[in-house]
Design a protein around this ligand. Structure first.
Ligand SMILES: Nc1ncnc2c1ncn2[C@@H]1O[C@H](COP(=O)(O)OP(=O)(O)O)[C@@H](O)[C@H]1O
Ligand SMILES: Nc1ccn([C@@H]2O[C@H](COP(=O)(O)OP(=O)(O)O)[C@@H](O)[C@H]2O)c(=O)n1
Length: 255
């Protein structure tokens, strides 16, 4: 069983969305996609805080699954092993923007899943359609069960697969140079060249699975290359306000 901090999604939730329909909760759903280092996690968390919404980091689930396989010495290169491991993937995530944590079973892995040895293996789990389908159902269940008036969900396929009917759909981008600069400022114990190459190679692998470099129809692009952090958060919040107004006036979100 997996879920968010303040809920335990029921089996019926998964069955409800087995038809492939997006989450249909009456909450405001803000879907944010983008490449590594574009600011998805930090900007989404701050925007959620400002809006009084919950925050869901979907990348954490892919990372946590990779962590579990590596931690148990299982062969992450073998698709059958990865798929089998889903049955025992006991994932919990904090969806309060100020109470973020990630657990696998009893293990708190909030920090461990950011380690380079996990980052470099995530693609092995993210490339498998069975893994994506399983985690997508889990995300939709968390979205449906949020107790807040809205939820900001960020990842690579949120605007297109997980919540294509979201109230607001945003592609958060930044130039490769800006993204590499931000990431290497965080990872001070690694050289900028190594961080840059890892980021580029992960984006290449990820974009073979899902297109998050180009905005799908109806998705608003927020390019943060020339914006500072606060300006980026404000730009995202403004897109959410405009999209919510559109819904209030009876227009379909961003179509
Ligand atoms: N607009 C911005 N200007 C400057 N720094 C930013 C901006 N957006 C995010 N950052 C910083 O860049 C780093 C990477 O952001 P992060 O949220 O981890 O990106 P992602 O989740 O897309 O990989 C963080 O240290 C964050 O504070
Ligand atoms: N919705 C998502 C989110 C993440 N992922 C995968 O999970 C990895 C880690 O995601 P993340 O959001 O933590 O990555 P960062 O961009 O924050 O470094 C990505 O490199 C993708 O391989 C995905 O496939 N689909």
């Amino acid at each position: 069983m997996s879920g968010a901090e303040n809920l335990v999604p029921g089996e019926s939730d998964a069955a409800d969305s087995a038809s492939g329909q997006a989450a249909s909760a009456p909450t405001v759903v803000v879907a944010i996609d983008g490449p590594a280092g574009s600011g998805k996690s930090s900007v989404s968390k701050q925007a959620a805080l400002k809006l009084g919404y919950a925050y869901l980091d979907t990348g954490a689930a892919y990372r946590a699954l990779a962590w579990m396989l590596l931690d148990r010495g299982l062969d992450a290169e073998n698709p059958a092993v990865v798929i089998e491991s889903l049955a025992e993937f006991d994932f919990t995530i904090g969806t309060e923007p100020e109470g973020y944590f990630v657990k696998v079973g009893p293990d708190v892995v909030t920090v461990a899943i950011r380690e380079p040895w996990v980052t470099s293996e995530v693609r092995l789990v993210a490339r498998l359609p069975e893994v994506r389908a399983h985690l997508t159902e889990m995300f939709r269940s968390i979205i449906r069960n949020t107790s807040k008036p809205g939820i900001v969900v960020e990842g690579r396929d949120i605007t297109t697969v997980v919540a294509p009917d979201a109230t607001a759909r945003i592609l958060l981008t930044a130039s490769e140079e800006a993204r590499m600069g931000r990431r290497s400022a965080e990872l001070v114990d690694q050289s900028a060249a190594v961080v840059g190459e890892q980021l580029r190679s992960r984006d290449r692998a990820d974009s073979r699975v899902v297109d998050f470099m180009n905005a799908a129809d109806g998705v608003t692009t927020v390019d943060s290359t020339e914006l500072d952090f606060d300006q980026t958060v404000s730009a995202v919040v403004e897109v959410v306000h405009l999209a919510s107004l559109r819904v209030f006036h009876g227009q379909h979100p961003q179509r």
